[in-house]
Design a binder for this molecule. Structure first.
Ligand code: NAP
Length: 306
């Protein structure tokens, strides 16, 4: 058996991320057994219909028994309760990881429950869509996307390397960093954009002088690009905000200061300041395309390329 293969992988939570993992693990032949568990009967039945695993469990504790790798893919606010539930059934030597969008909070919720001999290594695939549930997943979700591992200083480097190799086999680029740094980076690249999107879409909906039908009718002028983010799962994003509070508040305060600067430049007709900022930000878009994290096609490829 190569070092990326596991006899049994248990997936706790089988929504967008869990079901993408199930599909990718099966496609790459990374496990002999894929045990699936989720809290609701309906989602478990759907996972079974989709044939996402080799066994299906209403109890997470049953699913993780004898597993060599356990990946928890539930909203971050539920991580502690899941860890407490599965802890008594974890096999010594098993790796337990997660995919949560915030890391310091998940580590503080899960790690204290881990029995001796179990390797807990938190992780976050920086890949997703605005859709949820087991139907939303697909095997290629992680290809060419970053997965950030946030091992604590006491983590066994051999097991970290094993988990790294697992994600690389799914097509991810893997980086390691400490959890606090992860939370700051993600606050600006992911959490703030979602909060801004939720806010702007909420503001447009509340406007009294512009009707909702006008907002929708003319949305192609910019508004609709925010609606993709603002359509993301409310439970997941409520939990992200509550569990990365400090880093998000720090970034929001920077954002508010910069917005006030922009507001002032518009009020005083300072076109040079506006031009300088808008030129700088255009370069960021170019860099993202050069890094292979988006396509260069106009309007996100909505129109055929010329
Ligand atoms: P999802 O599609 O909504 O699926 C959530 C899964 O968690 C379902 O199996 C659900 O079970 C279960 N669940 C929900 N609440 C729970 C609770 N209180 N206790 C136990 N299980 C619960 O979510 P997802 O998009 O896969 O997100 C899962 C994790 O991945 C989150 O921590 C999120 O931060 C992280 N993440 C998401 C993205 C993204 O773009 N969506 C990207 C990277 C990381 P039932 O359906 O049976 O209720």
């Amino acid at each position: 058996m190569s070092d990326v293969e596991f006899n049994k992988i248990a997936l706790v939570g089988i929504g967008l991320i869990g079901s993408s993992l199930a599909r990718a693990i099966a496609e790459k032949g990374l496990a002999k057994e894929i045990a699936i568990s989720t809290r609701s009967e309906a989602t478990l039945a759907r996972a079974r219909e989709l044939g996402l695993g080799t066994s299906y469990h209403a109890s997470a504790r049953d699913a993780v028994r004898d597993a060599d790798l356990v990946i928890v893919s539930v909203p971050v606010g539920a991580s502690g309760a899941v860890a407490a539930d599965i802890a008594p059934a974890l096999k010594p030597g098993a790796i337990v990881s997660d995919v949560g969008s915030t890391k310091a909070s998940v580590i503080s919720q899960m790690k204290p429950h881990m029995p001796d001999g179990v390797h807990f290594i938190a992780g976050h695939p920086v890949a997703g869509t605005e859709y949820s549930g087991p139907d939303a997943g697909f095997a290629t979700l992680f290809e060419g996307r970053w997965c950030i591992l946030t091992p604590t200083p006491d983590a066994d480097p051999v097991q970290v390397a094993r988990l790294r190799h697992f994600w690389e086999t799914l097509g991810s680029l893997v980086e390691e960093m400490d959890a606090e740094h992860h939370d700051k980076v993600l606050a600006i690249v992911s959490h703030l954009p979602h909060i801004i999107a939720y806010n702007i879409v909420g503001t447009a909906e509340d406007l009294e002088t512009v009707t909702e039908s006008e907002v929708i009718k003319y949305s192609a002028s910019g508004f609709r690009d925010f609606t993709r983010l603002a359509a993301s799962d409310p439970v997941m994003w409520r939990d992200v905000c509550l569990h990365n509070k400090d880093a998000i508040l720090e970034m929001l305060s920077r954002f508010s200061e910069d917005l006030a600067y922009l507001q002032r430049a518009i009020r005083w007709g300072e076109g040079d300041k506006l031009f300088e900022l808008f030129t700088r930000t255009r370069d960021v878009r170019r860099s993202i395309i050069e890094a292979g994290q988006d396509v260069a096609a106009p309007n996100f490829g909505r129109y055929p390329e010329k």
